[in-house]
Design a protein around this ligand. Structure first.
Ligand SMILES: *Cc1c(COP(=O)(O)O)cnc(C)c1O
Length: 413
């Protein structure tokens, strides 16, 4: 880390960054949307490319002096096209939410109907939540999951036939089953809807070929680059050539101003990393680790929504206990495990309290954790639920998490 350089200018800021580095080093990161970007990715994000304004598309900019920026952005674009097998990619979205906003702006008119997954069932805010632009400017119809934690495709089809949405959205922030993109496409075709696949959570799994791809099925594919794809914080939009010009225009000037070219450089590097054979192993290990963690928890009689996972994420279901998701997430933080409270399907509790905790394995897998470590993590979580506020017992659990953190040092150099 180049914290020394920051220190010369701002000791206060440097100290906060150092404290955060220590927190990341000394906790087991189970937040399913987080990961640890490589040193190369982080270095790129901290380069002089941050200085350049480059509104517009490569070779069609509104500013002069963009020849190097153009080359860099094209590198990221070409790598996205190759990695995911798509016709067109826009690597400028500042985030996943902005990628989605651009697709909405291009594909829909204000007031049009969209069909997306309900937030409390695992969908994302930008898929039609009433507090988000997607739910404020568009008429939202939502589908959920059944008692097995699975999307009920018959329900999706029924809703699509009844409400005739202009766009169907698939992809989730908390869904532990494989998404059947083909099935979604069939429903979209039958009802004359666009299909948007938001692969923010599973982009790394798709790149690593351990989850089917929506390419060939979805009209628009959006993703973040910082979750399982392990790049810098940002987004990407992919589509067929047919929609390319419209999507580009919707993002800029429709939604954004100047692109973050330092982040685009970091995206290019992350994409190169994702093309390496080791990344396939990484993606496969994420899934193996998630399955091991689910098994370990279920062996300890902890309920998991859908009885396990087929990808990187799962939700602990506390409904049969007297505990809440908020309480468990706070207890876990005390013993050195970071996770987030999350609603379970049909949760009787509010989103601030919840009956569930979402856990995922992309970050710990980057750190080097293997199945045996996940079994230990599962046992630690199960013990935390049973000992609860017994301080001595919690201290013992904390020692066990610290041992795992020491076994897999983070950002060694
Ligand atoms: C994380 C996420 C997003 C939003 O990404 P941000 O970069 O936080 O804006 C969008 N869609 C899904 C499904 C996500 O999980």
């Amino acid at each position: 880390m180049n914290i020394e350089i920051i220190k010369r200018t701002d000791e206060e800021a440097a100290e906060i960054i150092e404290k955060e580095l220590n927190r990341q080093r000394n906790t087991i990161e189970l937040i399913a949307s987080e990961n640890f970007a490589s040193r190369a990715v982080m270095e790129a994000a901290g380069t002089i490319l941050t200085n350049k304004y480059a509104e517009g598309k490569p070779y069609k900019r509104f500013y002069n002096g963009c020849e190097n920026i153009d080359e860099m952005e094209m590198l990221a674009v070409e790598r996205t096209k190759k990695l995911f097998g798509v016709e067109h990619a826009n690597v400028q979205p500042h985030s996943g939410a902005q990628a989605n906003m651009a697709v909405f702006l291009y594909a829909l008119n204000q007031g049009d109907t969209i069909l997306g997954m309900d937030l409390s069932n695992g969908g994302h805010l930008t898929h039609g939540s009433p507090v988000n632009f997607s739910g404020i400017y568009f008429n939202t119809v939502s589908y959920g999951v059944n008692e097995y934690g699975e999307i009920d495709y018959d329900e999706v089809e029924k809703l699509a036939k009844e409400h005739k949405p202009k766009m169907i959205i698939c992809g989730a922030s908390n869904y532990s089953k494989i998404i059947n993109f083909k099935k979604f496409k069939e429903i979209a075709d039958k009802t004359g809807a666009f299909l948007m696949a938001d692969i923010a959570h599973i982009a790394g799994l798709i790149a690593g070929k351990v989850h089917p791809s929506p390419v060939g099925y979805a009209d628009f594919i959006t993703t973040t680059t910082h979750k399982s794809l392990r790049g810098p914080r940002g987004g990407i939009i992919m589509c067929t050539q047919e929609h390319a010009a419209g999507i580009d225009k919707a993002l800029f000037p429709g939604v954004q101003g100047g692109p973050l070219e330092h982040i685009i450089a970091a995206k290019a590097i992350a994409l190169k990393e994702a093309m390496q054979p080791e990344f396939k192993e990484y993606a496969a290990q994420i899934v193996k680790n998630a399955k091991a963690l689910a098994k370990s928890l279920m062996d300890e009689n902890i309920n998991i929504v859908g009885n396990g996972t087929e990808n990187h994420v799962m939700t602990i279901d506390l409904r049969k206990t007297d505990k809440t998701g908020k309480e468990l997430a706070d207890i876990l933080e005390k013993i050195g495990i970071t996770a987030n409270k999350n609603t379970v399907p049909n949760d009787p509790k509010s989103p601030f309290i919840t009956s569930g905790v979402r856990i995922g394995t992309p970050a710990v897998t980057t750190r080097g954790f293997k199945e045996e470590d996940m079994f230990e993590v599962g046992k630690i979580i199960a013990s935390a639920i049973s000992v609860w506020d017994n301080e001595t017992a919690l201290n013992n659990l904390r020692e066990r998490t610290q041992k795992l953190c020491k076994k897999y040092p983070l950002y060694k150099d």
